[in-house]
Write a protein that binds this ligand. Structure first.
Ligand SMILES: [Zn+2]
Length: 395
């Protein structure tokens, strides 16, 4: 049987809104913040994919399509032949002419990007599936009759899904999501698969750790889970890790504990940030993609990520702290560096750490197929991550 926490994670991923347009802080405050500082776990809520263009609905030969922009760096080919739909946020005028915002989700499959048959693309298995980003990504969504116009037709669909009169809708942010539910897989159900594992799995692990009663009762520090939007596009927005959101929240927490400016600086000096984001697990079909000495494996524990050019925030002191928390929690750990001849990704870690002046380490559970619409990871790792974050929060 998989650990209970992993089941909870799968259920969480099944039930998530999929809209991925949120930034949030969850905080448990302590009266001794000045002396013991803040224990922060940072992660991101957004995932690469497609966003609907404002005037995206078009029709040709009776087939209505929605134009999309690419958000972040998805593996485009994985979006073909999936049961896609839409989720996001609508802004509208309510009855009293007040500006109002509401989340919306189409629950049924609404969209599809059908592949070209192999008979018309004979080289696909040799050359890979290459999709033209402007011309070949619009998503099919309806078959219209001669008198139907695509834009009002789509607006009416939006009105039906949201319950908001079409004439009141002013604007929207809509993301494409895969309606397929998460699943455990493997001979012993030791793996799980879903969309958006990067990085909702880390968000879930952090929240599970913070909401543990034993952690809340024993913690001497103020505990913070900080979840950011826009990591996949560089974090530079008012709600991204490059914005002032987290610094503002921490400043308010510190101000509530003490009005002395010096006390706030002392609290930050005693603080620590764990940047939790997924890592690249070894896939034995592609051995050349990895540094041979830094391969990390699913179900063998959290990965500590290092990069000499600080694409990750880890350094020897913060790494040593994390190893100690792993050992105290009875959790194994692994070490990862990226190949030198491949560009390394990054996380919110270096950005948030630099803005706050707080020591940080970049860690994450190993996973396969990062940025595919169907990612997968190890069940045991999720439990490991929760346990080491619980230890961190209790330190
Ligand atoms: Zn990520």
């Amino acid at each position: 049987m998989p650990p209970k926490a992993a089941n909870a994670a799968v259920n969480h991923l099944r039930n998530k809104s999929r809209a991925s347009i949120s930034t949030a802080c969850v905080v448990s405050t302590s009266s001794s913040t000045v002396e013991s500082g803040l224990r922060i776990v940072g992660a991101h809520t957004d995932s690469p994919g497609f966003r609907i263009r404002p005037n995206g609905a078009t029709v040709s030969d009776g087939l209505a399509r929605l134009g999309v922009e690419i958000y972040g760096g998805p593996i485009l080919a994985t979006f073909t032949d999936r049961d896609l739909s839409l989720a996001g946020r609508i802004s509208f005028l309510d009855d009293g002419k007040h500006l109002t915002h509401q989340l919306v989700r189409f629950n049924q499959p609404l969209l599809r990007l059908p592949n070209l048959a192999i008979h018309m693309n004979r080289g696909v298995n040799e050359d890979g599936l290459k999709l033209h980003k402007q011309n070949e990504l619009p998503l099919l969504f309806a078959q219209l009759t001669a008198g139907q116009l695509p834009k009002p037709y789509f607006l009416e669909l939006l009105a039906q899904a949201s319950g908001i009169d079409a004439t009141r809708i002013l604007s929207w942010d809509l993301a494409v999501y895969d309606t397929q539910k998460g699943a455990l897989w493997g001979a012993n159900q030791e793996f799980y698969a879903d969309s958006q594992i990067d990085n909702l799995a880390s968000c879930h692990a952090a929240l599970q750790a913070l909401l543990n009663d034993a952690v809340l009762n024993s913690a001497e520090s103020t505990l913070v889970c900080a979840f950011f939007d826009h990591e996949e596009i560089g974090s530079e927005s008012h709600i991204g890790a490059g914005g002032s959101f987290l610094a503002d929240v921490l400043q308010r927490i510190n101000a509530a504990a003490s009005t002395e400016r010096e006390d706030s600086a002392r609290a930050l000096a005693h603080s620590f940030l764990i940047s939790a984001d997924m890592a690249h697990a070894y896939q034995p079909n592609f051995p050349a993609a990895y540094d041979a000495d830094h391969r990390v494996f699913v179900n063998q524990g959290p990965v500590i990520k290092s990069n000499a050019n600080r694409r990750y925030s880890s350094e020897s002191v913060s790494i040593a702290h994390f190893i100690r928390w792993c050992e105290e929690a009875g959790v194994p750990h692994q070490r990862y560096t990226h190949r030198s001849d491949l560009p390394c990704g990054s996380t919110i870690g270096p950005i948030a750490s630099a803005k706050l002046g707080i020591r940080s380490v970049d860690v994450g559970c190993p996973m396969w197929a990062m940025h595919s619409i169907r990612e997968s990871a190890g069940v045991q790792d999720h439990d490991y991550m929760i346990r080491v974050l619980e230890r961190f929060f209790s330190d």
